[in-house]
Design a binder for this molecule. Structure first.
Ligand code: BG6
Length: 368
């Protein structure tokens, strides 16, 4: 069943080109128009939406953080992202024009389900983004976008996450189309980029051996930090989560701009730090990230830099470089996450841990 892989997780990582393609399949016409016929919300309902609140737990929450950057940019609808278990305990402001987006791979996570029930009682519309057909969260929601990743067995989510990203992009673009906040050709251009993602993900996977070598090299480390900016910030959080879940070592993700406000104190000689470089030409973020990398390197960090092909601005400050295909900033998380999954999977394997069933964790947590 593992198709020759040692772990379901590794198999699922390598299934991602197919999964990412399936998540987009049938959701656009040849000319780049989004079609979400499956959505049980009318265009009228979607035009009324004045606020979006995305809820989820763990990896699903990080998919929501990426989605916020994309959805606000494309639709200009204010978008909040909140941990499902915090949401209903703070008296959130919900109206019938609030769209709550509940992201859950399993569709059974109790914290997310309770938040969905609470939101519906407050008359908000709830849209589920889910991988499991007929599970409880989509059944109790007003609408659903299925992610079509196929069954995910490894406890740590991989293809679940990438397909959640695709579903969020599809939702954002569809809202932009319905509400005419973007021109059709702009939307079509992004759809076209999304269509190329399976091939790009495959290209990143083709470099797996080099990432495994890095994991083996750092197998004895007690801590790993992850830095990103903009849509790369949630990628840093997800990279750290994977390492905590699988390798049981201290790992933390930060927004690189936050470094000087505290985390830089953690930098010490030899500390591995993954840095997700924003694509070139991304206002000033690219250059600011270069400066951040220079600063941590000067303090002894061992920098592992994820950077797009053709960008040689960090070559002098990177101890290791992982190249990514060139894609729009908002879509980069689909690619930048993959080496971090491979790194965590391999590091945990080398350390002798059970990658598919990490200690103390469950695939779906059905108690609050
Ligand atoms: C956790 C899993 O318990 O639940 C995580 O270990 C997962 O991997 C989280 O991200 C949320 O699960 P779901 O099914 O609601 O996406």
């Amino acid at each position: 069943k593992k198709d020759g892989f040692d772990w379901f997780m590794r198999k699922e990582i390598f299934e991602q080109p197919r999964a990412v393609g399936d998540a987009l399949l049938g959701r656009h016409s040849g000319d780049g128009q989004l079609q979400l016929d499956e959505l049980r919300l009318s265009e009228h309902d979607l035009r009324q939406v004045d606020k979006i609140v995305i809820i989820g737990c763990g990896t699903a929450n990080y998919a929501g953080l990426v989605a916020k950057y994309a959805i606000e940019h494309w639709t200009r609808i204010p978008c909040e992202v909140e941990l499902a278990h915090e949401f209903r305990y703070r008296d959130p402001i919900l109206t019938s024009n609030t769209l709550v987006v509940a992201i859950s791979q399993s569709g059974e996570t109790a914290d997310t389900l309770m938040a969905v029930r609470y939101a519906r009682l407050q008359k908000a519309k709830v849209l589920a983004i889910c991988n499991t057909n007929g599970s409880t969260i989509p059944r109790e929601s007003d609408a659903v976008i299925y992610t079509h990743a196929g069954p995910e067995i490894g406890v740590a989510s991989t293809k679940g996450f990438l397909t959640q990203l695709v579903a969020c992009y599809v939702l954002g673009l569809y809202l932009a189309q319905v509400r005419a906040t973007k021109f059709g050709d702009e939307i079509a251009a992004v759809v076209h980029e999304l269509e190329k993602m399976p091939a790009h993900v495959q290209q990143v996977l083709d470099g797996a051996e080099a990432v495994y070598a890095l994991a083996r090299k750092h197998a004895g480390t007690r801590s790993v930090l992850f830095l990103g900016r903009h849509a790369g910030f949630p990628v840093a959080l997800e990279g750290a989560l994977k390492l905590k879940e699988l390798a049981y070592i201290h790992a933390e993700g930060f927004a690189a701009g936050e470094l000087k406000h505290g985390p830089i104190a953690l930098i010490e000689e030899g500390l591995p730090v993954f840095c997700v470089m924003p694509p070139q030409g991304r206002d000033q973020l690219h250059d600011k990230m270069v400066s951040a990398i220079q600063e941590i390197r000067a303090r002894g960090a061992h920098t592992l830099v994820l950077v797009e092909e053709g960008d040689d601005d960090v070559d002098d400050y990177a101890d290791e470089i992982i190249r990514l295909p060139v894609v729009p900033t908002l879509l980069q998380p689909i690619l930048a996450t993959v080496p971090l999954q491979l790194f965590a999977c391999e590091l945990a394997t080398v350390m002798g841990h059970d990658v598919d069933q990490p200690r103390n964790l469950a695939k779906s947590v059905t108690v609050e």
